[in-house]
Design a protein around this ligand. Structure first.
Ligand SMILES: NC(=O)c1ccc[n+]([C@@H]2O[C@H](COP(=O)([O-])OP(=O)(O)OC[C@H]3O[C@@H](n4cnc5c(N)ncnc54)[C@H](OP(=O)(O)O)[C@@H]3O)[C@@H](O)[C@H]2O)c1
Length: 326
């Protein structure tokens, strides 16, 4: 029997709720502790979610000798700092997207992982789902012909006052929060990095982009276009257009257990159904495989770095009005 890995939640972030079920139902993991900046909030959270231990500071969680893996669900501007501290404390780390806000931070996180010998991966949950793996398999099989265009979108209406996504200093903005998904998806499908990018943004009173419209040009004449934003209803999409056929994926980033995609060849449409597991279980299993079986995490640190490089170039383009070469 494999040893159960003890996980600790670094903060009481809302997104934790997506991980609690996988962590408490998997036989490979035990959700042992939660930390918050205040002990009373950690205790209340631990009571609510039946987590055995509550720590009144992030430092206390990192000092807990029984914790093997830290789930870093802090606001974007704290990902690098606390991931590095956790690795230096001898913990493996699953860090939320976007991985960091600068390439220097990604490199420091990568160095900390190498020096500690611990596993570090970005929590892009959609990458592990059977739907994503199937789409990649279809594209790589050549069934669509030569890929021409990838279109993507991720929007939702954000009107929660004080949300971290509307705070510039915390790494807010729609391109960082949800634009990172279609950017990541397009890069995964193409399998190489964009050569040039161009972006437009609509900045709100908050000072962050509340809508973003981006384009990426890859080698071999492949183009990607996406939009992200906080000003439209919840909407996700990926469409992959090849010379022979196109594939429409209505729910690419948060697929449920019974996903459906549409393969269009001329005017013939074929529905393909894909059975998947619990969405957030994939990243938990992937961490366990990496820690216990030395398997390379599915989302490599080089992949995470390239995603941040693309986002930074898109942001620079939107700020300068210029096309940016990578
Ligand atoms: N993969 C996904 O599906 C997904 C979905 C949503 C969000 N995310 C990512 O998860 C991260 C957290 O997002 P969220 O919406 O869950 O955040 P949230 O609910 O606002 O929680 C963030 C937590 O960070 C802690 N924190 C530490 N310093 C803070 C500060 N200065 N201001 C505010 N909070 C601070 C707080 O915990 P304590 O008070 O307990 O210390 C807070 O509860 C982000 O990086 C986001 O991109 C991923």
């Amino acid at each position: 029997m494999e040893k159960q890995l003890n996980w600790g939640l670094l903060s009481t972030a809302r997104i934790n709720q997506a991980l609690i079920r996988p962590l408490t139902t998997s036989k490979r993991t035990r959700l042992l502790a939660v930390a918050s900046r205040s002990l009373s909030s950690a205790e209340a959270y631990a009571r609510e979610w039946k987590i055995p231990r509550a720590h009144g500071s992030y430092e206390a969680l990192l000092a807990d000798p029984e914790i093997d893996v830290i789930y870093n669900s802090l606001p974007n501007h704290l990902h690098a700092e606390w991931t590095i501290k956790a690795l230096q404390a001898g913990k493996h780390v699953l860090c939320e997207k976007p991985f960091a806000l600068t390439l220097a931070d990604v490199d420091a996180m990568t160095r900390a992982a190498q020096e500690s010998g611990k596993v570090l991966a970005e929590a892009f949950m959609y990458r592990h789902h059977a739907l994503t793996l199937k789409v990649k398999e279809i594209v790589d099989s050549g069934a669509l012909g030569k890929i021409q265009l990838i279109k993507g979108a991720f929007t939702f209406t954000l009107n929660r006052e004080g949300d971290i996504r509307l705070n510039k200093e915390m790494g807010g903005g729609s391109v960082w929060d949800v634009g990172c998904y279609p950017i990541s998806y397009a890069r995964m499908i193409v399998g190489t990095e964009p050569l040039e990018v161009f972006g437009w943004q609509a900045t709100g009173e908050s000072g962050v982009d509340e809508s973003f419209y981006g384009q990426m040009k890859f080698a071999g004449g492949i183009h990607a276009q996406f939009d992200s934003g906080f000003k439209s209803p919840f909407r996700t999409l990926i469409e992959i257009v090849g010379t022979e056929a196109s594939l429409t994926i209505p729910s690419p980033f948060k697929p449920d257990r019974n996903a459906e995609i549409l393969l269009m060849r001329g005017d013939k449409a074929e529905k393909i159904k894909i059975k998947g597991g619990m969405l957030y279980m994939g990243e938990v299993d992937d961490m366990c495989d990496a820690i216990q079986h030395s398997k390379a995490p599915r989302v490599s640190l080089a992949d995470s770095r390239a995603n941040i490089a693309a986002i930074l170039a898109l942001v620079e383009s939107a700020q300068t009005g210029k096309t940016i070469s990578l």
